[in-house]
Design a protein around this ligand. Sequence first.
Ligand code: ASP
Length: 356
Amino acid sequence: MSTTSSLTSIAPTKDRLLVIYTGGTIGMWQQANGLSPGGNFGERLHQAFSTLPLSKQQSLPAYDVISYASLIDSSAATPFHWQQLAKDIANNLNKYCGFVIIHGTDTLSWTASSLAYQLQGIDRPVVLTGAMQPLEAAGSDALDNLYGAFYFAAQPALQEVAIYFANRLLRGARSVKQHSEAVDAFSSPNYPLLGERIGDDFIHYPSRGLAYQQRGAPRFELVDYRPLAQGEVARVVLWPGISPWQLKAMLGDSRCKGALIQLWGAGNLPSNPELLAMIAEASGEGKMIAAISQCPQGSIHLGAYAAGDGLLDAGVLSGDDMTPEAAYTKLVHLLAQPLSLEDQRHRFLTPLVGER
Ligand code: ASP
């Protein structure tokens, strides 16, 4: 891990931001075999900010940068990476007024969702961002995303984990990557924006934020996720023609501790009793099975369709309108803790960080 400080700043540490650089396209360089994560991010960031108009440069908060020793394409992230990030934020909490996490976009919403559960009740901003183009690429979206992330990470009224991307501030545990190429790659399909940039103005909507809706002392749950970093929690997206043996391969394996099943529409699955029996068997073995919809918008209503009627009896937990990222990382977060199954199930159904 290496650390750099912004050269212009004389602000005391508690008025500064901590920037944690993990990798991703935003910091990548072109190599012979394609883009791969590049280092020296602190200086590159300083250089990029120095190209902004003076008034914008002067409005930037002071910051320190930590670069992880092993920079990754975010496709390489695992629950262990989520755990490491939460630990680094928690360890630096009293030294900084806000945090900016620089991350690859492919699994950015997964990391944001996981951080939200680990850092429950956080009383300052944690803003994740990245870019679709490397920082130094012509016409890159990186500088705009960084500038906006820095702006919101310095707002004390923002007290949760959020994503800033393409002029929009989204709740981390409500966001998804929705486009593989467009600059507005993220959306929050079932929750309104927490803030946005319109022209040169930044607008924050505090009444939509956790600071307004749920307060209390921070109750971080820094859990050891390593026992769940080898795929012990499965994700199954149903398709027409899915066979019981295929579900069994995932849910029936003794290593599986839980699963997220993505049903159709408002909570539908094929009317094959063997499929339902397979789910009920896994649930009966103490595996935590939750369901959400494959539709990006709207909620499921278990029991609405005859075909899906048996799901509640099979012990399946409704994930309502949660994103796959929020539902999956919540399963990991709960299953990693030494809680009774009843407690885990109860907490899954309870909104912890505005994720449902
Ligand atoms: N593959 C990259 C990553 O997720 C994509 C990006 O950062 O936009 O690390």
